[in-house]
Design a binder for this molecule. Structure first.
Ligand code: GDP
Ligand code: IMO
Ligand code: MG
Length: 432
C-alpha cells in the first residue's frame, strides 16, 4: 500500500496545497516535513478559499491525522492564529487530530527580528525572504542552540536556553542592527502561554506515523517551497533554509526512506518565483504580465507579486532527479488559455555559446544563461470544465505530451482550475 510524498518542482507556489487536499481523500495521515509559515498553501473547496501556512493541507477532511513534523520550524503565534481561524470557520472541530512534533524547533521573536534586520541592512545582499524568521530559526537548529517544542514544558531549561541565546542575539540586534534588546523573561511569559494552548497537540509524531504504517494506513507527506529553493539543490543563496526535496520527507517526519513509495512533483504549466534570484525564463514583457494577472500570481504569504516566465524544463528535470519523482501533476494549465504561442525552455545556452541541460551551481553563470525554447501553438477554448484528458484541445494535449517527454516521467494529474474538482486525474498515486 503506497505512501506518497508531494514536492514542488520549481520555486514554490506550484499548487501543492490544492493537490495535497485532493489526495488527502486517499490518505490517513498527512505530514508536513519542512519549512514553516513561509509557506502559503491555498485550498479552494466548494468555492471557499482557505490559506494554510503551517497546518497540513489535509485539515479540511474529517477524521484524518495531520502532523507537523520534526523538520518544520513552528511559530506558535502563527500556529494558534491558524487554529483559531479554522475554528472560527467551523473547519477545526473538537475531535480534530492535529499533532505537532515535540522535536520541532520554534521560531522565536529574535529570529523574526534578525530576518527583518538582515533583509533591511545595506551590508547584506537581500534575498527577499518572507520575513518570518525561517533562516535564523534553522541556523539555531544547526548551531545546536535552538529551542524545541519539548523545551516549552521544562521552564528552567527554557529560561536557561533563552538567556544563553539572547546573549548573542541581543549583541547582534543592538550592536549591528540598531534594534532594541529582548528579555528572556518577557519571551518566556509569552511562550509559556502558547505552551499551554498547544499542549493537547504535542506528541511523538514519528511514533504516530510508524504506528499508522504498521496498521497499513496511508501516509501523505506534504512538501513546502520547491526544489529550486532547496538549501542544497536550489539557486543558493536565493533559497530557503531547509531541504525541500523528497529525501527530507523521511528525515523531517521521523521515518526511513523506505516509508515513501511514490513521489509526485507538482509542476506549474509555467514558472513563477517570489523574491530575488536568477530566473532564466522570466518574462518582463506584456506576456509575463498577462500570465501574472490570469494566474493571480500574488504570494499567499506576503502578498508580493510573483515573477512569471515560461516553463523551464531544465529546472523540472533537475527536480525529477533530486527528488526521484515518480509522476508529475501539472497545475494551472488553464492560465495559458488564450495565448497564441507558448514556449518551453528545453536547455540553456551559456555565455560561451555552449548548450547545456544542467543548472549551473554558480548563480552568476545561471543568470547569464540564455534559454533555448521550443514553441507551441496555443488554444482558445476554455478548459476549466475539462475532467478528462480527451476533452482538452489538441494543442493543450501536445504541450503536455512534450512536457512529459522532456521530464521523462509520466503526468498523473492535470489541474485546470483552483477548485478541488477542477482536475483531470490520470492515475491515483496511492494505487500501484
Ligand atoms: P502552493 O504554495 O504550492 O500550495 O501554491 P499556492 O497556494 O501558493 O499558489 C497556487 C495558487 O494557484 C493558489 O491561489 C491556488 O488556489 C491556485 N491554483 C492551484 N491550481 C490551480 C489551477 O489549476 N488553475 C488555477 N487557475 N489556479 C490554481
Ligand atoms: P510555498 O510552500 C514561494 C522564498 C522567499 C525567498 C526565499 C527565502 O507556498 O511554495 P524564507 O522566508 O524561506 O527564508 O525566504 O524563499 N519562499 C517561497 N517562495 N513559495 C514558498 O512557499 C516560499 N517559501 C519561501 O520568497 O525568495
Ligand atoms: Mg504558496
Amino acid at each position: 500500500m503506497p505512501n506518497v510524498a508531494v514536492v514542488g518542482t520549481q520555486w514554490g507556489d506550484e499548487g501543492k496545497g490544492k493537490i495535497v487536499d485532493l489526495y488527502t481523500e486517499n490518505a490517513d495521515v498527512i505530514a508536513r516535513f519542512q519549512g514553516g509559515n513561509n509557506a502559503g498553501h491555498t485550498l479552494v473547496v466548494k468555492g471557499r478559499k482557505t490559506v494554510l501556512h503551517l497546518i497540513p493541507s489535509g485539515i479540511l477532511h474529517n477524521n484524518k491525522i495531520c502532523i507537523i513534523g520534526n523538520g518544520v520550524v513552528v511559530d506558535p503565534v502563527v500556529l494558534m492564529q491558524e487554529i483559531e481561524e479554522l475554528q472560527k470557520g467551523g473547519l477545526f472541530p473538537p475531535n480534530t487530530k492535529l499533532y505537532i512534533s515535540e522535536k520541532a524547533h520554534l521560531i522565536m521573536p529574535y529570529h523574526k527580528r534578525l530576518d527583518a534586520a538582515r533583509e533591511a541592512s545595506s551590508t547584506g545582499k537581500k534575498i527577499g525572504t518572507t520575513g518570518r524568521g525561517i533562516g535564523p530559526a534553522y541556523e539555531d537548529k544547526m548551531a545546536r542552540t535552538g529551542i524545541r517544542v519539548c523545551d516549552l514544558y521544562d521552564e528552567p531549561r527554557l529560561l536557561e536556553k533563552l538567556q544563553c541565546s539572547l546573549t548573542e542575539k541581543n549583541f547582534l540586534l543592538t550592536g549591528l542592527y540598531n534594534d532594541k534588546p529582548l528579555t528572556a523573561d518577557e519571551i518566556a511569559v509569552e511562550y509559556l502561554a502558547y505552551a499551554a494552548k498547544i499542549k493537547p497537540y504535542v506528541a511523538d509524531t514519528s511514533l504516530i506515523i510508524d504506528t499508522a504504517i504498521k496498521m497499513g494506513k496511508k501516509i501523505l507527506f506534504e512538501g513546502a517551497q520547491g526544489s529550486h529553493l532547496d538549501i542544497d539543490h536550489g539557486t543558493y543563496p536565493y533559497v530557503t533554509s531547509s531541504n525541500t526535496v523528497a529525501g527530507n520527507a523521511a528525515c523531517g517526519s521521523g521515518v526511513g526512506p523506505n516509508a515513501i513509495n511514490n513521489i509526485v512533483g507538482i509542476c506549474k504549466a509555467y514558472t513563477t518565483r517570489v523574491g530575488e534570484g536568477p530566473f532564466p525564463t522570466e518574462l518582463t514583457c506584456e506576456i509575463g504580465q498577462r500570465i501574472q494577472k490570469a494566474g493571480q500570481e500574488f504570494g499567499a504569504t506576503t502578498g508580493r507579486q510573483r515573477r512569471c516566465g515560461w516553463l523551464d524544463m531544465v529546472l523540472v528535470r533537475q527536480a525529477v532527479r533530486t527528488s526521484s519523482i515518480t509522476a508529475l501533476a501539472i497545475t494551472k494549465l488553464d492560465v495559458l488559455t488564450g495565448l497564441d504561442m507558448i514556449k518551453i525552455c528545453v536547455g540553456y545556452k551559456s555565455e560561451n555559446g555552449e548548450f547545456t541541460h544542467a543548472v549551473p551551481a554558480n548563480i552568476d553563470l545561471l543568470a547569464q544563461c540564455q534559454p533555448v525554447y521550443e514553441e507551441f501553438a496555443g488554444w482558445k477554448e476554455d478548459i476549466v470544465g475539462s475532467r478528462d484528458i480527451t476533452e482538452l484541445p489538441a494543442n493543450a494535449r501536445k504541450y503536455l505530451q512534450r512536457l512529459e517527454e522532456l521530464a521523462d516521467v509520466r503526468i498523473n494529474l492535470v489541474s485546470v482550475g483552483a477548485g478541488r474538482e477542477e482536475t483531470i486525474i490520470l492515475k491515483n498515486p496511492f494505487r500501484d
